[in-house]
Design a protein around this ligand. Structure first.
Ligand code: NAD
Ligand code: MG
Length: 297
């Protein structure tokens, strides 16, 4: 009998808190985190589930987006990643990795909080790849403040722009060009169910993403396009030490999950593979929670 994958205890699979003190400026780089996140670089094995598909992933340089880019590419998809220009060092890493494996990855830096950029990103990606089958709207902004009175209008506005407006703009463009069978995947959060007071503006956007996903799904299905979302719990990504959490919380990040540790991006990528694949043909308007056991209700 062929030897299958090793049976592993999920509790001890990855580093557990406490982590060392670390602080980065926003948006942060995965390559400067201690310990380095696991995006599936060594572990993700594809099996042709997305062969021939054309995918655009925002925030694809690092964290959850990078893990999805690696998984999609190894499943056979052609992939475009978007990220902020300051994140080139992280984009370089994933691009080099996948190019060495002869996968096709296009780099498309740009700030999706600008309407023109967000809309053009979708049409440019479709032009580059000869069409668009999968859109993963994953870019996110999260900046902690100790009290609601400390959230500036500028911060509130920018968080809404990146997390909510960009989703709205990109969805409008995608619906015009995606063929039936296409898949749009949004990224909400456990924060879209159980908001933490220190990230109130962010949590508000994650509720909005959940509502938008559920409301849009039946309408998009009239075009044969499936819309779903993923709701991550605590994941070890650059979002957290770049002022996404109070610094003392970063050291204990993930401790509150029944798993006792944060998830690694590699542990959520297959949820995105599933939602994009033909196997999910009956899955619509679903919010798939991957939280290390943290309840969403
Ligand atoms: P990350 O920092 O690695 O990824 C977020 C990405 O958003 C950045 O890499 C950046 O490229 C992109 N981004 C931010 N502002 C942008 C802008 N103006 N224009 C273009 N791109 C921009 O962190 P992550 O945790 O992998 O985040 C991915 C998604 O997962 C986000 O939507 C986040 O809200 C969500 N999420 C994360 C967690 C967690 O614990 N890490 C939990 C729940 C939800
Ligand atoms: Mg990044």
């Amino acid at each position: 009998m062929a030897k299958g994958p090793e049976l592993r205890d999920p509790r001890t699979l990855y580093s557990q808190p406490p982590f060392s003190q670390q602080e980065q400026s926003e948006p942060g780089l995965a390559q400067d985190m201690k310990p380095l996140p696991d995006h599936g670089e060594e572990s993700y094995k594809g099996s042709g589930r997305l062969e021939g598909r054309r995918a655009l992933i925002t925030g694809g340089d690092s964290g959850i987006g990078r893990a999805v880019a690696i998984a999609y590419a190894r499943e056979g998809a052609e992939v475009c990643i978007n990220y902020l220009p300051t994140e080139e060092p992280d984009a370089d890493q994933v691009s080099t990795l996948l190019k060495d494996e002869r996968r096709t990855l296009h780099r498309m830096p740009g700030d999706v909080s600008e309407e023109k950029v967000a809309r053009k990103l979708v049409t440019d990606a479709a032009d580059k790849m000869g069409g668009l089958d999968i859109l993963v709207i994953n870019a996110g902004k999260q900046v902690t403040q100790p009290d609601v009175t400390r959230i500036s209008s500028e911060q509130f506005d920018q968080t809404m722009k990146v997390n909510v407006y960009a989703m709205f703009w990109m969805t409008q463009e995608a619906l015009e060009i995606m063929p039936p069978g296409g898949s749009i995947i949004n990224v909400t959060s456990i924060q879209g169910y159980r908001p933490s007071p220190q990230i109130l503006d962010y949590a508000t956007t994650k509720f909005a993403i959940r509502g938008f996903t559920e409301g849009l799904a039946p309408m998009a299905l009239e075009r044969g396009i499936r819309v779903n979302a993923v709701a991550p719990g605590p994941f070890w990504t650059a979002l957290q030490p770049s002022h996404g959490q109070p610094m003392e919380k970063v050291e204990h990040f993930g401790e509150g999950a029944p798993m006792g540790r944060p998830g690694q991006p590699a542990e959520i990528a297959s949820a995105f593979v599933y939602l994009a694949s033909n196997e999910a043909s009956y899955t619509v308007g679903e919010i798939l929670a991957v939280t290390g056991g943290k309840p969403t209700s």
